[in-house]
Ligand binder design. Structure first.
Ligand SMILES: Nc1nc2c(ncn2[C@@H]2O[C@H](COP(=O)(O)OP(=O)(O)OP(=O)(O)O)[C@@H](O)[C@H]2O)c(=O)[nH]1
Ligand SMILES: [Mg+2]
Length: 360
């Protein structure tokens, strides 16, 4: 008789989402984005609630009526967690959690949590840990009293790798200092590498763009690599660089790194300074766009703003990716090229486009 193998079924956490709506026109975008974030954190979205930000209540973000409505819903439809698409203070997190008797995650913690799930390299783990510690430190005093709903397990509390999240202020502060030192070391060694490359005349080309646009897929095509690409947000956390041969044996360094998103939490921007410095220091940015995304124009704006903010070079070209999914022709502007990693039909054209931009 064969051995019985017990398969542990992975239960997704069931969540309800609450979206404070700042701008009615962007509601559909906001719903789509926060749902995809939850999906990327391995959560199952049961329902989305929303309310105009005008009804804002400092204690709980949402008005009393909305709070009662969600409470009622949760009675009939038990869920593990409430996700609020907003940045919350420690006491708001606690008030909501106490009222609804459920774990509460805000947008920032959700994004940090996805990062924690996806960090593989030691550098990525250090950056995520620092973001988590900074997040916790600013909210610690209010969160600690919250009937043990923080410091628990599951989404929002996943540490990168095997590490456990610390909920002791002194230990947190000490850990933050150590992590900051580690990041300085990483930055220094990156800077030294860059100086060496510059000496040897090797150009850096970085893939940038909204998360899930297809950066890693393009990286793999251009460098014949096989790094992880997935239909989830922030599949890539770790920076990878490889040689990319252009023509006549000439090469440059192609860098794949983390994707962008609107309202990127400052905890993450600060903690990922080593990664973002790599993007900022490139000679050329390949701005990858998912042309099949209904909101691709907005994603272009978001990426451009972040690239400007971190001081990335203005030498940018736009790769309108996933052209295989286009149902109608679109207008292609200057410094843009249509591409598809599924069709793979104009890799050479893309390479000469890159070369041209590098030679400018
Ligand atoms: N149809 C289609 N799908 C694509 C194309 N390029 C990439 N994809 C898919 O889009 C998803 C995201 O691709 P990735 O390469 O992981 O995207 P990324 O920009 O690296 O994403 P993050 O690392 O998560 O920020 C994957 O499921 C890919 O298979 C394309 O040209 N056409
Ligand atoms: Mg990627």
């Amino acid at each position: 008789m064969g051995k019985m193998i017990q398969v542990k079924e992975e239960q997704k956490e069931r969540v309800v989402i609450f979206c404070p709506i700042e701008n009615d026109k962007e509601k559909a975008y906001q719903f789509a984005e926060i749902s995809r974030l939850c999906f990327s954190a391995d959560m199952e979205v049961v329902k989305i609630f929303s309310q105009s930000i005008d009804a804002f209540n400092r204690r709980t973000i949402m008005g009393v009526g909305k709070l009662a409505e969600i409470k009622e819903f949760l009675k009939e439809n038990p869920c593990d967690c409430l996700v609020v698409d907003y940045q919350l203070t420690g006491s708001q997190l606690r008030n909501l959690s106490d009222e609804l008797e459920i774990k509460v995650l805000d947008r920032i913690l959700l994004i940090i949590d996805i990062f924690a799930l996806n960090a593989k390299s030691s550098e990525g783990k250090i950056e995520v840990k620092l973001a988590q510690d900074r997040y916790l430190l600013t909210r610690l005093s209010s969160m600690q009293g919250s009937q043990g709903r923080f410091g628990g397990s599951g989404a929002g509390m996943r540490g990168p790798g095997e590490t456990k999240l610390e909920l002791d202020r002194r230990k947190l502060e000490k850990e933050i200092l150590l992590l900051e030192k580690e990041i300085e070391k990483i930055k220094n060694s990156r800077r030294q590498n860059k100086v060496l490359r510059e000496k040897n005349g090797i150009k850096n080309v970085v893939l940038g763009g909204y998360t899930n646009a297809g950066k890693s897929s393009i990286f793999n095509l251009l460098t014949k690599e096989k790094i992880y690409a997935d239909d989830k947000l922030f599949a890539t956390l770790d920076t990878t660089s490889r040689r990319m041969y252009l023509e006549d044996g000439q090469f440059c360094l192609l860098i794949d790194t983390v994707g962008f998103i609107s309202k990127l939490p400052h905890e993450l921007v600060e903690s990922f300074s080593a990664t973002l410095e790599e993007v900022a220091g490139a000679d050329l940015v390949l701005h990858v766009v998912d042309i099949a995304d209904e909101f691709y124009k907005k994603n272009i704006e978001i990426t451009n703003k972040i690239l400007d903010d971190i001081g990335a070079t203005k030498n940018r070209i736009v790769i309108l990716n996933k052209s295989d999914l286009l149902t109608k022709p679109i207008e292609i502007e200057d410094r843009q090229i249509l591409f598809s990693t599924k069709k793979k039909d104009n890799v050479d054209k893309l390479k000469s486009f890159i070369k041209q931009a590098l030679d400018e």
